[in-house]
Write a protein that binds this ligand. Sequence first.
Ligand code: NDP
Length: 254
Amino acid sequence: MTTSNKIALVTGGSRGLGKNMAIAIAKKGLDVILTYNSKQDEAAEVVKEIEALGQKAVALQLNVADSKSFDSFYGQVKQALKDTFGTEHFQYLVNNAGVGLHVSFAETTEEQFDNLVNIHLKGVFFLTQKALPLLQDGGGIINISSGLARFSFPNASAYGTMKGGVETLTRYMAKELGSRGVRANAVAPGAIETDFNGGAVRDNAELNKAVASQTALGRVGLPDDIGGVVAFLCTDEARWVNGQRIEVSGGMML
Ligand code: NDP
């Protein structure tokens, strides 16, 4: 009898940290369903990279701000599980997709705030809730938070607030889903060089230097610093890690 590989669903897997997570997870021998919002071609490239590693992968479109679309999204996931993976369940959900917002508390508009709530909080809440019938007992949820939920920088009040909410939600998920053997953890990256916030950490030399000087290991983070930690949480070796916030920041703002 052949048993199918474990499968992780990674949101926002077309670029940046999600791409790195998807590939690191595939390197651990899991298959991957990744989602993209706008960058279909980039997502297709990630699928190819995963296939080159000998794993199966599928890319699906998903806007995490549009909770009304989640039922039809999971209809597509169900179909992909059947057609591509020959199974009815997936084992890990990685809630990674997201955007930044660099605006002062005084100037943040209600519209900007609502957009972040929809993407980072409501999206994570209901995408996970609606995943429950497809998520295998004994599986896991990894929510991507941020260093900004622990320490504060100017112009990140709305964003940091969402990530603080995600960390609280993670503990509730762990508490309520433990009876199914489902673990939930938050991974909180420090400042990492990606397209995030217009690529500021990567492209703004002054900011890059400032972050490096506030980091014990003396540099900013790279996507490769993050993916492996998320991939570890998608293995049986992490079976006793539950309800935790794991900061992956090289020791930022200690
Ligand atoms: P990037 O901007 O590099 O990538 C963002 C990813 O999220 C893309 O795959 C994008 O899809 C997807 N995405 C954006 N908006 C939506 C949406 N509305 N619905 C669905 N997918 C969406 O960002 P990062 O990789 O840096 O960030 C990933 C996560 O890590 C975020 O949750 C972010 O808050 C968090 N984080 C990032 C840090 C950093 O310094 N980079 C630090 C701490 C946390 P597409 O390509 O199709 O547009």
